[in-house]
Design a protein around this ligand. Structure first.
Ligand code: SF4
Length: 182
């Protein structure tokens, strides 16, 4: 599976009310769960933290973490984990499958942002995200910069509230760069 060029939404701009127009598939790795699937990461062209509590309100069985500003949910076999500027997809079967998943996320984000005045944003954690979904938020490089030997071990400390996503140096650096604070 190859990383692809920037994908721009067709017809998603509605009077300047979109929150997400573009994304770029940045990385793919063999799934940690299934041999026939791939984990895919996409950099989002816009910071979508504002819409995550609205998606948390409307997406069935979504898991929102108000401290990490992350949202995870299942879509069929796929698992999505979203931070303000990045999303990962677990168990994609092809690049087309991954792209259609991010396209759906983009459309959901834009549609729910547009009708946010009719939705009560939900800022609480309804249920804890699964560890294997949280691992997908990270680079999975096992670089040890967080002080843990593996990304999986780091995820366990996230679950125990001993660490925060910002303690993952590569992830924090990517977000700071995106927000113009290198
Ligand atoms: S710093 Fe981040 S990428 Fe590196 S091992 Fe820790 S969790 Fe994984």
């Amino acid at each position: 599976m190859q990383c692809c060029e920037l994908n721009k939404g067709a017809g998603t701009k509605r009077g300047g009310k979109v929150v997400l127009q573009m994304y770029r598939i940045t990385k793919t790795m063999p799934s940690i769960v299934r041999d026939d699937c791939t984990g895919v990461w996409a950099e989002l062209g816009d910071d979508i933290r504002g819409v995550l509590p609205y998606l948390n309100a409307v997406v069935k069985e979504a898991s929102y973490d108000p401290q990490q500003r992350s949202l995870s949910f299942r879509r069929g076999e796929r698992g999505l984990s979203i931070t303000p500027c990045e999303t990962s997809i677990a168990r994609a079967t092809s690049m087309e499958h991954a792209q259609s998943t991010v396209d759906e996320l983009r459309d959901d984000a834009n549609e729910n942002w547009e009708k946010r005045e009719t939705i009560t944003a939900f800022y609480k954690c309804r249920k804890e995200a699964k560890v294997k979904d949280m691992v997908m938020l990270l680079s999975q490089t096992n670089c040890k910069e967080c002080g843990l030997p593996t990304c999986f071990a780091f995820t366990m400390t996230l679950r125990r509230k001993q660490k925060h996503l910002k303690d993952c140096t590569p992830l924090r650096n990517r977000h700071l760069l995106r927000r113009g604070k290198p």
